[in-house]
Structures are given as structure tokens and as C-alpha cells.
Write a protein that binds this ligand. Structure first.
Ligand code: 13P
Length: 249
């Protein structure tokens, strides 16, 4: 069975005061029955990693550069994330693809760099609303998978997150059938590319307006092994019910 993972993506939210939310979450679930991850802004990563070091909740970055070091002002390498305590990094999030023009090829290079630095690469894919309306959802995601994922992975180094762009931060969630269709396709794609044994073990996350109120039904969809949560990961009181729903799934 794939590892179950509840991952919080704080995006560009949070200064020092936000550490209290992570402290509250750690106190509320000292022994979670699933993996729990928080990806804060880079400015908080080191402090958050120290704060959570004694417990099971891990930390991650939200992006990394494809190179190990060098003249890349403002960028952060995978090795630097690991040095700051991260165990994972989100790559190819649709906001980075949109805001920074990240291509599938760049996401693949970043993913290879992350894995080489000992991080879990959480690679995001997902269609825009226009692509769904045009009936292109599966072909868009297949192209993202083939272009963004490294050739050399294991279930311990790769997580794939399906995040429909139109569902992110909108309160709009795909139907369970729509989630099922995409996750079934992703699972088949991973089995075909990496072999059935490896493909079956890779954790697949759904992301986009996941809340405590809809988490249970989403986690009941076959091949949904957890969630990548934005807004509802910022407050311990909102993230906790999602973690609990995953534990119960
Ligand atoms: P929301 O949960 O705020 O919709 O964000 C999802 C997301 O983009 C997580 O990476």
C-alpha cells in the first residue's frame, strides 16, 4: 500500500507568529497514524524544522533550483532545503508554472536535483479550467507526467499530486468521479513507466479546496492516498480534521 500523506502547503503565507499553528498541530496529534508534512515559506523552514524535530511531523520546501549551487540570486538549492531540515519539496506547483513559467523539463530537472539531495519530490500536475472544458484533461496530465517526472525514482522518493488549477483556492472541487478518473489514469501511467510494483506503491495526493468537510469522501476514492492542502493547512484547527479523515480512511 502507498504511504498515506497529509501535506500542507503554506504558499507565501506566514511569518514568525505562524509557528504557533504548527506547535498547536504537533500538540494535537503527537502520534499521527499517517505521514504529516508542512511546507512553510523558506523563511520559516529552519525554525519550523527545529520546532518539529522531536515529533513525527516533517517539513518541506515549496520549490528548489535544479543546480546544486552557483550564481542564481534568490534561488534555493535542494541541498539547502535539506540542510534547513526539509525532507520533501513541492515541485511544479501550478502557481510556479504560471507565475514563473516553469516548464515540464525544468520541473524534471528540479525533481532530479531534489532526489539527489535526499528529498522526496512532490511533483504537481493538473489541468486548467479551459483545458478541462476542452476535454483535454487526461492528455494534459499525461504530458505533464511524461515531461516532469524523472526516470529514476522509487516510491520513497516520489509523490505525485493531482491539483486541478480551477479547484485551487476556489472552493470548487471536482466530482468524485472526476478525481477517480484522473487518479486511475495516473496510477496506470506510473505502473506502465516504472513497473507495476513501483507504480502501485507511489503515493498519489489530491489537492484543491480540500477541507475537513470534504476530506473523507475524497479519501474514499481509489488511488487517493492523501491530500496537498493549501488554505486549510494554515490553521491547526482546520488541518487536524483532514489528518483525522485520512487516518480513518
Ligand atoms: P487550496 O487547498 O487552498 O485550494 O490549495 C491547494 C494547493 O494549491 C495546495 O498546493
Amino acid at each position: 500500500m502507498p504511504r498515506k500523506l497529509a501535506a500542507g502547503n503554506w504558499k507565501m503565507n506566514g511569518t514568525t507568529g505562524a509557528l504557533a499553528e504548527a506547535r498547536a498541530l504537533a500538540a494535537a496529534c503527537p502520534e499521527p497514524g499517517v505521514s504529516v508534512l508542512i511546507c512553510p515559506p523558506a523563511t520559516l523552514l529552519s525554525r519550523l524544522s527545529d520546532l518539529l524535530a522531536a515529533g513525527p511531523i516533517t517539513t518541506g520546501g515549496q520549490d528548489c533550483h535544479g543546480a546544486t549551487s552557483g550564481a542564481h540570486t534568490g534561488d534555493i538549492s535542494a541541498e539547502m532545503l535539506a540542510d534547513a531540515g526539509a525532507g520533501s519539496v513541492i515541485l511544479g506547483h501550478s502557481e510556479r508554472r504560471a507565475d514563473h513559467g516553469e516548464t515540464n523539463g525544468e520541473v524534471r530537472i528540479k525533481s532530479e536535483a531534489a532526489i539527489a539531495a535526499g528529498l522526496v519530490a512532490i511533483v504537481c500536475v493538473g489541468e486548467t479550467g479551459a483545458e478541462r472544458d476542452a476535454g483535454d484533461t487526461l492528455s494534459v496530465i499525461e504530458a505533464q507526467l511524461s515531461g516532469s517526472l524523472p526516470d529514476t525514482i522509487t516510491p520513497a522518493t516520489l509523490v505525485v499530486a493531482y491539483e486541478p488549477v480551477w479547484a485551487i483556492g476556489t472552493g470548487r472541487v471536482p466530482t468524485l468521479d472526476q478525481i477517480d478518473e484522473v487518479h486511475t489514469m495516473i496510477r496506470a501511467n506510473l505502473r506502465a513507466r516504472y513497473g507495476a510494483e513501483t507504480g502501485d506503491e507511489i503515493t498519489l495526493l489530491y489537492g484543491g479546496s480540500v477541507k475537513g468537510a470534504n476530506a473523507s469522501e475524497i479519501f474514499a476514492v481509489a488511488d487517493v492516498n492523501g491530500a496537498l492542502v493549501g488554505g486549510a493547512s494554515l490553521k491547526a484547527d482546520d488541518f487536524l480534521p483532514i489528518i483525522q479523515a485520512l487516518e480513518a480512511s
